[in-house]
Each structure stands twice: as C-alpha cells, then as structure tokens.
Design a binder for this molecule. Structure first.
Ligand code: SAM
Ligand code: SF4
Ligand code: SF4
Length: 338
C-alpha cells in the first residue's frame, strides 16, 4: 500500500536527478549568464553512487512507489548510465522506468539504454526551426543532433516516445504547427508544456506563457482534436487524439490548469535531497544519513515522514506565493529535473 500525504495523495513516482550538469544552457532553465564556466556544480563525489540509488529505489518500492524517471541536468552525461538502468530495471516492483533527455547524445546511448531495459524515453525538443532551437539551448547544439538522436531511439526499438516542447510567447510559439505536422502520424506524443516559473533565474513573467487552451485552438483549427485523457490518474498531461486517427498530442498546463490535487511525485536530487514539489524551497537530506550508515528502516522512515507531512500545491497558489509576503526562493529545475 502506498503512503498518503496530508492532502490524500499517494506516493507513486520517484524522479531521480543523476547529475546537476548539462551540456545545454536553455535560458528557461539554466541561463548561461548565471551558469557560466566558473559555476560550481556538485563535486562528483557528492553524486549518489549507483548502489546508493538502487538501494533507495528498493526502499521507495517498499513504500508503495511504482514508477521511476531518470533525469538531470542531462542524465546522459552521467558516465555508464546504462549500468544503472540495468540495475534499476531488475528492481522488483518497478512497473515503469523512464528517462528524460535533451536528446543530443541519444545517438550514442539509445541502443545501450534499450538493451539495459529502459522502458520509455522522453526527449525535449522545443522547435524544429534551427536558429530558434540554437537560441533555446543556449547556443550549444544543432537541431540535427537531437533529430539524429530521435532516429537512433526509434531504431533501437523505443516505440512511443514523449516529445516535450516548452512554449514561450515571442520565442517559439510561431513554430508550434511545424512541430505538430512533424510528429502527426508517428507513434510519438508531442507534449506542449506551459513555460513555468521554476527556479529563480529565468526572469519568468506570465506574459511569456502561452496557455494550453490557445495552443489547442490553434491546432484544432487545422487538425481537429478530441480529448481522450486527463490528469485525474496522477499524470501531468491532458491527452488529445487527432480525429482523423493520425496519433496523439498532449498538454501540460501547470500554470493555467494546475493539477496539484493528483500530484504523486517525489524528487531526489543528485546529492540525495528529497523534494516534494517542483517549486519547493527546501529539500530533506537523505544522502547524509545514507552515507553515515543509516539502515533501510531509518531511510524509509525519513521518506515516509517527508511524504506524509507533504502539503505542497504551489501551482494552485502560484500568484499568492509569488507576490505575497512569504515569496521564497525555489529549488532550480536543473537540480531536480522536472
Ligand atoms: N535535460 C533533460 C531535458 O531537457 O530533457 C532533463 C532535465 S529538464 C530540467 C526536464 C524537462 O523540464 C525538460 O523537458 C525541460 O524542457 C523542462 N523545463 C525546464 N525548464 C522549464 C520551464 N521553465 N518551464 C517548463 N518546463 C521546463
Ligand atoms: Fe539542460 Fe534540460 Fe535544463 Fe535544458 S532543460 S538546460 S537540457 S537540464
Ligand atoms: Fe506537484 Fe508542486 Fe507541480 Fe503542484 S506545483 S503539481 S504539488 S510539483
């Protein structure tokens, strides 16, 4: 039986950040003026080891958790990640093992990840316009690298890949329909994400958010849509199919249609801190006790205490929390990976 938080939400997913570094500098996540060459990322010895991660994953399953997502920073920068995937795929009770990547190194890794037992992939791709793409990754990679990576993933046997596209008004909203046309008719699901005020560095303001309702209308005018699924079962997206049978498209509307009521995700940073919300101010240290020799019971007890005490619902209270007297700094997205 899964443990329940103070708002009656079960613990179901664990998102594990394997590394806080990234080869991209997407301005909405890690703007390069802040994350420059002298920026101090975690020392490598602070990263949880593979054995430590697997041990925590087993404790998580013992508390009723069923789904793991590996993320970052950029998870494919973590050396020998396929070895970790193999170990996690063998953990009994894990029903879903997924990974989110910027896709730029997938050509190298896709076949090895598949062979190691990874179930599902999410690839982030905000636009198909080369110059817009280059700007949106902080001038670090060419579009071709990600498209080649996607092709490698398909060839490796990943069938239905989630494609995450963050949409920012005035930046890539004019390229939405190109993305739709490209992925329509494939088994992949293009998921539009509303630009969020994660972290403290991206100078977010709500005029840059393109509401999902606006994107749905735009797509529907050219390719009629029918809604087939919502966030009620703990997912983050509302799913639509094309009425002509040419596949699906989804929308993650954390700003205009918050889904905190069904949020069942716990997050673990690369150095072993637990966060119960994407917008949390503080984490709870699990890595410290783990390295000091805490038993599985004690570590499980910490997770249980963190989850049962959880009352986060940031997206439902965003405007009060941002502008009220209690506005607090937030964890950065690259530390916990979405
Ligand atoms: N580096 C990997 C990648 O980009 O896929 C994994 C980590 S990244 C933090 C996870 C997801 O968060 C990506 O799909 C990214 O687009 C999304 N993301 C980052 N900053 C965001 C923001 N400000 N608003 C909405 N989504 C964001
Ligand atoms: Fe890196 Fe992903 Fe953040 Fe972009 S969104 S900077 S790829 S961690
Ligand atoms: Fe979950 Fe926090 Fe996002 Fe709400 S704002 S859905 S509680 S991560």
């Amino acid at each position: 039986m899964a443990i329940i938080d103070s708002l009656n939400r079960p613990l179901h997913d664990l998102r594990i950040s394997l590394i806080d570094r990234c080869n991209f500098r997407c301005p909405y996540c890690m703007p390069s003026e802040k994350f420059h060459h002298a920026y101090q990322f975690l020392d490598k010895d602070r990263w949880l080891s593979f054995d430590e991660i697997v041990r925590l994953a087993k404790i998580f399953v013992g508390l009723g958790g069923r789904k793991l997502r590996l993320t970052g920073g950029e998870p494919l920068l973590r050396p020998e990640i396929d070895r970790l995937v193999r170990q996690l795929a063998a953990v009994e009770g894990i029903e879903d093992l997924a990974l989110t990547t910027n896709g730029s190194m997938l050509s190298l890794w896709a076949a090895r990840l598949k062979a190691a037992g990874l179930h599902r992939l999410t690839v982030s791709l905000d636009t198909l316009d080369e110059s817009v793409f280059y700007r949106m990754n902080g001038e670090k990679a060419a579009l071709k690298e990600v498209l080649d990576g996607l092709r490698a993933a398909e060839q490796a046997g990943f069938k239905a890949i989630n494609i995450n596209a963050v949409i920012q008004r005035g930046v890539n909203d004019h390229t939405i329909l190109d993305l739709v046309r490209y992925f329509r008719g494939t088994p992949h699901t293009l998921r539009f994400i509303e630009y969020m005020d994660v972290g403290n560095q991206n100078h977010w303001d709500d005029t840059q958010v393109v509401p999902s309702s606006e994107i749905i209308s735009m797509i529907n005018a050219e390719f009629p849509l029918r809604k087939i699924g919502g966030t009620q079962d703990g997912g983050t997206s509302e799913i639509f199919c094309f009425k002509d049978g040419e596949g699906e498209v989804a929308f993650i509307s954390s700003v205009t249609k918050a889904f905190c009521g069904t949020c069942r995700r716990l997050r673990l940073s690369a150095d072993g801190k637990l966060y119960t919300c994407l917008f949390a101010t503080r984490g709870t240290d699990l890595g410290g006790p783990l390295r000091k020799g805490a038993s599985d019971e004690i570590l499980g007890g910490i997770i249980r205490q963190v989850w049962t005490g959880r009352d986060d619902r940031y997206s439902e209270t965003r405007y009060k929390l941002r502008h009220g007297p209690q506005a607090l700094p937030k964890v950065e997205m690259y530390q916990i990976g979405g």
